[in-house]
Design a protein around this ligand. Structure first.
Ligand SMILES: C[S@@+](CC[C@H](N)C(=O)[O-])C[C@H]1O[C@@H](n2cnc3c(N)ncnc32)[C@H](O)[C@@H]1O
Length: 235
């Protein structure tokens, strides 16, 4: 049995993963050129890089996304926040977990308030958000996703209840604006996954400072997925 156990959804995801993988070479060429030119800023994306990424999926790798699905099942996650949605690949895994948690609750006769669940997604590129919504509808998962369009520093200001799981899969300069909005809502035992935490150590510096502050009640570990996957727990 596959991790998702949903052949129709997996077929859609395989196509999206293939589309994203097909763009990786162009991403490599772009960054090598900017590094050779000495014009790449390590403190955040400039206008040229932002434009370059407008049509790039930069999807979370399948193995990491499946891991997130399983974590959401283990946590019985009902409220999930995702920083960085793009075309919605990781969002679909998270929404499938929320749907499957609700369905397990229904089958075990738990009270009706256990049936719901939402993944709050965030995307500031209108075209990417449009494609993401199309993918959510094609997967039959739109009812589990609240995609918020605009800069997440604004769109995540309102979070209506305790957050069980967070995925940070975004340009690193947006990590702390996301965390400042999300952190007050983390329930005890919530898990935060941050992609490429080893590869982008410098970009994540402020996030690691935030984790190290005992007032924030976080414990962390870098998991040995490609590029490093940071798993942080709100204790
Ligand atoms: C790495 S991609 C997300 C990939 C996605 N998680 C997936 O698996 O398909 C990061 C996305 O975050 C978006 N983004 C970057 N900064 C943002 C911000 N401040 N607010 C909202 N979206 C942002 C980018 O446009 C990009 O599409």
């Amino acid at each position: 049995m596959s991790v998702l156990n949903d052949p129709k959804l997996e077929a859609l995801l395989d196509a999206l993963h293939a589309q994203s993988a097909g763009q990786e070479e162009a991403v490599g060429v772009y960054f090598r050129r900017r590094i050779e030119e000495g014009t790449l800023s390590w403190d955040g994306f400039d206008a040229e890089t932002t434009v370059f990424f407008r049509d790039k999926l930069v999807a979370l790798e399948k193995v990491k996304a499946e891991y997130c699905y399983l974590l959401c099942r283990a946590l019985n996650a009902k409220r999930v926040v995702e920083a960085g949605t793009s075309h919605g690949v990781s969002t679909l895994y998270l929404a499938a977990a929320v749907r499957d948690n609700a369905s397990a609750a229904r089958q075990s006769g738990r009270p009706a308030d256990a049936f719901g669940g939402t993944v709050i997604g965030t995307e500031y590129e209108p075209e990417k958000a449009k494609i993401a919504r199309r993918n959510f509808a094609a997967a039959g998962l739109a009812e589990y996703i609240d995609l918020r369009e605009g800069d997440l520093a604004d769109t995540l200001k309102t979070i209506d209840g305790p957050v069980d799981f967070v995925l940070l899969d975004i340009w690193t300069e947006a990590v702390m604006p996301a965390m400042r909005n999300i952190a007050p809502h983390l329930r005890q035992g919530a898990v935060i996954i941050a992609d490429n935490s080893d590869q982008s150590r410098r970009g994540y510096a402020a996030y690691f400072d935030f984790i190290a502050d005992p007032n924030n009640k976080l414990r962390t570990m870098t998991l040995p997925f490609a590029g490093g996957l940071e798993m942080t727990v709100r204790v």
